[in-house]
Ligand binder design. Structure first.
Ligand SMILES: *Cc1c(COP(=O)(O)O)cnc(C)c1O
Length: 354
């Protein structure tokens, strides 16, 4: 039987998406050719790229609002670089909520001055800073919407008078937001959308073209837009599989339907964490992520027993990030409420039998 997959990334995808993707590897669109052995310029693949780009914009509610979607390579880490290369000339404001923000800040410093408006470092990133000021005159404000490693999630985004940029790698398409508040959104596919190898970039076109430095074509959003996200050979399998997941999401009833399930999953696991004396949540309650639930076991002696029970129940990928330890349940869109139920049963069984 398929495992209950709580892996943080690459992570669980809908079973039907995996089936469709594997059949396209053998025979795509009844062409008697594989998806991965035809030209990316063929009409069949161009249609895939166009549908993936427009469906992403549609699901985010950004149609007709001046946005373009791109499927690029280099991961979210490449976007740490591209965002700054394309937008930063003077100063940019960054909110530091942990590892991924820190990596984004380090890359931005190559291109301009970074103003760190607030940081949760004082408490090992177990909360989201609030009531900070974003100074006037910034080229943009950057934040990480979901802190995949520590398990915090921004619930209220600040009002800013500059473009707003967000790394949404680990919660894109998981909850409804007013996405038109953002001018640049990027997300590595491997958390909530598809296999590793592509990154969704959604950019409002009117923020581009403002920096004076020359930008190499391969790193220029404007160039990728001009070439319809086919500046060079795109990662065809990752884009196609992402398209299948986006179609699946639409068929589920779009983001609002999946958000309802995600809220139920989060309520289920956090109530167990709060009720069960053997477990402690890592994060300040109001900042808990619906995607990434982090917790510790209160009695380390029970860890081997719990780990055995988890394994026995067919649960995969529950270990915390190597930098923090403990446990992390990543509950991306394709993880069922039932799988969270299985984990919660194991946690309460440990309490009963400890
Ligand atoms: C996983 C992750 C990244 C890193 O993505 P890569 O595709 O490996 O570069 C960046 N930001 C966030 C929020 C992530 O969860």
């Amino acid at each position: 039987m398929k495992k209950h997959n709580f892996s943080a990334g690459p992570s669980v995808l809908p079973q039907e998406v995996l089936k469709q993707a594997s059949s396209a590897i053998l025979n795509f669109n009844n062409l008697d050719l594989s998806l991965i052995e035809i030209s990316h310029r063929s009409k069949d693949f161009v249609a895939v790229m166009e549908e993936a780009r427009s469906l992403a914009i549609e699901l985010l509610g950004l149609e007709g609002k001046g946005y373009k979607a791109l499927f690029l390579q280099g991961g979210a880490s490449m976007q740490f670089v591209m965002a700054a290369y394309n937008l930063l000339e003077g100063k940019a404001a960054y909110l530091n909520t942990g590892t991924w923000s820190e990596k984004a800040i380090a890359e931005a410093k190559v291109f301009g001055e970074v103003v760190e408006v607030a940081s949760s470092k004082d408490k090992k990133h177990n909360y989201i800073p609030k009531n900070y000021e974003v100074p006037k005159g910034m080229d943009y404000f950057h934040c990480t919407s979901n802190n995949t490693i520590f398990g915090t999630q921004i619930k209220d985004f600040p009002e800013v008078d500059c473009p707003m940029v967000s790394d949404m790698s680990s919660d894109i398409f998981s909850r409804n937001l007013d996405f038109s508040k953002f001018d640049l959104i990027y997300a590595g596919a491997q958390k909530n959308m598809g296999p590793a190898g592509t990154t969704l970039v959604v950019v409002k076109e009117d923020i581009l073209g403002k920096v004076k430095r020359p930008i190499p074509n391969i790193l220029s959003y404007a160039q990728h837009i001009a070439k319809d996200s086919m500046f060079n050979t795109p990662p065809v399998f990752a884009v196609y599989t992402s398209l299948l997941t986006l179609r699946w999401l639409k068929a589920q009833g779009r983001i609002s339907a999946i958000e309802e399930v995600n809220d139920k999953k989060a309520t289920l696991i956090y109530s167990e964490i709060d009720l069960n004396p053997l477990f402690d949540g890592y994060v300040a309650k109001e900042d808990r992520s619906t995607m990434s639930a982090t917790f510790n076991i209160t009695n380390e002696k029970l860890k081997p027993k719990f780990d055995d029970m988890v394994k026995e129940a067919g649960i995969n990928g529950l270990n915390g990030h190597r930098s923090v330890g403990g446990y992390r349940a990543s509950m991306y869109n394709a993880l069922s409420l039932n799988s969270v139920g299985v984990l919660v049963d194991v946690m309460s069984e440990l309490e009963r039998t400890a």
